[in-house]
Unconditional design. Sequence first.
Length: 370
Amino acid sequence: MLTTAQLAALCGLGVTSVLIALLIPIAERVSLLDHPSERKCHAAPTPIVGGIAMYLGVAASFLLADVPLQTLGPLAAGSTLLVVIGLIDDIKPLGYRVRLVAQCAAAGFLTVWGGLTIDNLGNLIGLGPISLGALAVPFTLFAVVGLINGINMLDGLDGLAASVVIALLLPIGVYASHTGLISVSVASLLVIACILGFLLFNYRFPWRDRAPVFMGDAGSNLLGFVVAWAVLSLFQHPQSELPPIAVLWLVAFPVVDTLVTMWRRHRKGLSMFRPDCDHVHHILQRAGFGVNATVLIVAGGTALFAAIAIVASLAGAPEPLMFGGFLLLVSLHSWFISSAWRFARAIRGLLAPADSGIWRRIASHLAKKR
């Protein structure tokens, strides 16, 4: 017998899938399309309706699930704002300042209305907890906006951002259930179900060589905001054993990729909000990995970091040690990006033997020829 939450999840998956199918022809008529460009690798204009479909699917599933809706007010308000701004941006591109203001306002719903703040950084250097005091709210706003943009930056390959968010929400939902934070556990399940409904149209299955629909900024902003809400809720739950540095490890992949990318653009004298093609998923593709293989590698790495956060916390790992490990991760990521051409050449060399034997059969399942 299925529980109420499981039935709501199935409803969300179904609503999202049906809405995408219904919205595709409408998007083509109203020009809600993502057109090919120098920076975008898709070959034809593609409907951008995945975000609004997931939003409505999540809303429908929440109404059916046995979750106190009054506790979800900040999440609902912030998500609605970001989806509306994202849709406008998808139709007619907005300046980054407008998007940034909307993201800050949504983050403000979590901090001011929801009372979710990062008030201390924990015992990072072994000298006791580092309190943020009056900086708690500004720091939390910065963290939420950074995470939203981190997910947005990963939305560069079919299925990538959606798969990464599943890899984040799955361990978060399991741990939330373990600590008794039912609202986050159920919300994670419902959002994952709606993402799966979107992936039915966005993932590159063997019978199609490209995704017929994208999530757009409406979708990436929505998913990034949901992850931020879940992480902050988990962090502030009284029974949670996660120190602040473990929370950072939970979302390590999008956070590190965003920090390194912004710093690299700044050093080049470029706008930190200017899109480019030097993220990890771009490098993996230049090294010879297909779209599906790249998605699995990045999502797998995301899940690994989240698992490290939870296991290390439950094992009582010292916070300074975890902080040192995170700094090492940032350094390795930066080195990987700055030496991208060397790594791409080395990886292509390692993949050369895939022309025969079992490796070829494995590679054929993981990678799609471009």
